[in-house]
Design a protein around this ligand. Structure first.
Ligand SMILES: [Zn+2]
Length: 241
């Protein structure tokens, strides 16, 4: 993914998230890692439905502003990039039903994972990070213990976070959080959230483990191939992936 594709991808994702009601007004932010040290990120205080490529800002991993007026929540994104070497795209949005669970049940540490096979298979679980004031170092710290293992999480009384190795994975994560929260809310209203049988849960957890192993192997092979390709084409001056 080059810089032009990264910028176009961010604008596209902003519009998709807004159209799906996963953020409103100036909520949320999206970032893409474009080199070992630099990140393109959405600007501060702008409605994502109106964002253009020219509006995007560039910052370094150590939070130096290179261009534009970056999001005030950029420490959250930097935390993910520092702790997750595989992260290329980070999405922070404000999915309403997911946030509502953390408001209604402040003691809840994750959405009930054993109710739905898709939670276990697609993302493992959906933890809820404790509340911290948006934009602060405390907010970045609140997600630290979930990284790099969790690629999706709810930020209590505030929003949600997802990251991926590409745009689609990061977007899927955010959709998954809100869709799961909606199903669980409906079940709760209809009579209660029930669990899958324990034998089926065992099978799903073991399937999840093999999926994770396969994904790890695939990432490792992809990284090795990219490194070989760069050295072949650029020698020792190879640009980073
Ligand atoms: Zn936010």
């Amino acid at each position: 993914m080059n810089i032009a594709e990264s910028r176009a991808g961010i604008v596209d994702l902003c519009k998709r998230l807004h159209a799906r009601n996963l953020l409103a007004a100036a909520d949320g932010n999206i970032s893409v890692r474009i080199s070992d040290d630099e990140i393109v990120i959405t600007p501060t205080a702008r409605n994502k439905a109106f964002i253009r490529e020219d509006d995007l800002a560039v910052i370094t991993l150590d939070n130096r502003v290179v261009a534009g007026a970056p999001s005030g929540e950029r420490l959250l994104h930097l935390e993910v990039f520092k702790r997750c070497p595989l992260a290329r795209v980070v999405v922070h949005a404000h999915p309403p039903t997911a946030i509502a669970w953390s408001v209604a049940y402040p003691e809840m540490s994750e959405l009930p994972r054993e109710a739905l096979s898709e939670i276990i298979l697609a993302v493992g679980h959906i933890p809820i990070a404790r509340y911290a004031e948006p934009g602060t170092t405390q907010m970045a710290e609140s997600v630290r213990s979930f990284l790099p293992e969790s690629r999706v999480m709810i930020l209590a009384r505030h929003g949600a976070l997802s990251w991926g190795e590409d745009f689609e994975e990061a977007y899927n994560g955010m959709e998954r959080i809100e869709h799961t929260a909606q199903i669980l809310k409906s079940a709760h209203e209809l009579g209660g959230i029930t669990q899958l049988p324990s034998a089926e849960l065992e099978r799903l957890y073991s399937l999840r483990k093999s999926l994770e192993r396969a994904r790890y192997e695939e990432s490792r092979v992809t990284r090795a191939t990219r490194a070989r390709w760069r050295t072949f084409h650029f020698g020792s001056d190879a640009p980073s992936a």
